[in-house]
Every structure is written in C-alpha cells, then in structure tokens.
Design a protein around this ligand. Structure first.
Ligand SMILES: [Zn+2]
Ligand SMILES: [Zn+2]
Length: 131
C-alpha cells in the first residue's frame, strides 16, 4: 500500500508560501547565473577579481535598482562585490532622501556621514536657522 503524506490537509497555505519563496529564489539564482556567465568575475567598482571560492562575495546589482527588470541582454546588471554593492545602495538611498532639497550641498563633503544622522541634523538646522 502507498503511505503518502496527503490526507492530513492541514498545510496547504504553508506549502503555497514555500512555493512562492522557492520561485523567487529560483528567479534570483537565474539572473545571477546569467550575469556571471555574461560578465567577467570582476567587481565593477573596485576591480577586485573573483573565482570559485569567493564568488559568493560577488553580487548582481541592478543599475536601475529594480530587481524585476532583468533584460536578457544583461544591460541592467552590474557585478559588484558585497562592499561596493552596499556602498552603491547607501548612495542611492542618500540621493533619494536629498533628491528634493537643493541649496547647501557643499556643506558636507566626504567623511563618515550617515544619511539618517544627517537628516536629523538638517531638520534641526532648519528649525533653528529660520524664523
Ligand atoms: Zn568592489
Ligand atoms: Zn544592487
């Protein structure tokens, strides 16, 4: 006789969620593999080279930051190491945060500044400075 697990009927939703997650992971693996086939294993920012062992440090960045935009010619992909990828994203967040404000951009140049600390600082200045 066959003794399969069907018939308990309790876990339909759990399976659905699992399946959705698996599909998404498959898709991400898919474009990563494609990008790795298409491009040399070199970080597009710092130029570090990667090989089999540390290849997981090399990630696929989406130039337009839209993970659903995966054109088959790879034009939206860029291979970046974890560090540069991180950098790229924090820069993007900053740009998004400051995108609307113009004016004293020259005030903070370089250094170790965190977007949110700066934001708080900026708000304070606005409140104090203007009457
Ligand atoms: Zn890098
Ligand atoms: Zn990215």
């Amino acid at each position: 006789m066959s003794s399969n697990k069907a018939g308990t009927g309790s876990d339909g939703l759990g399976n659905l969620v699992k399946e959705a997650k698996r599909l998404r992971e498959d898709r991400e693996k898919g474009y990563r593999e494609k990008a790795l086939k298409m491009y040399p294993w070199v970080c597009g920012r710092c130029g570090r080279e990667f090989s089999g062992k540390n290849l997981r440090m090399l990630t696929v960045h989406h130039r337009d930051h839209n993970h659903d935009n995966n054109p088959p010619d790879g034009s939206n992909w860029e291979l970046l190491c974890l560090y540069c990828h991180d950098n790229e994203h924090s820069r993007f967040i900053e740009e998004a945060e400051y995108g609307g404000t113009s004016g004293n951009a020259s005030e903070d140049s370089g250094g170790t500044h965190r977007p949110f600390a700066d934001l708080a600082d900026m708000l304070k200045k606005q409140q104090n400075g203007k009457d």
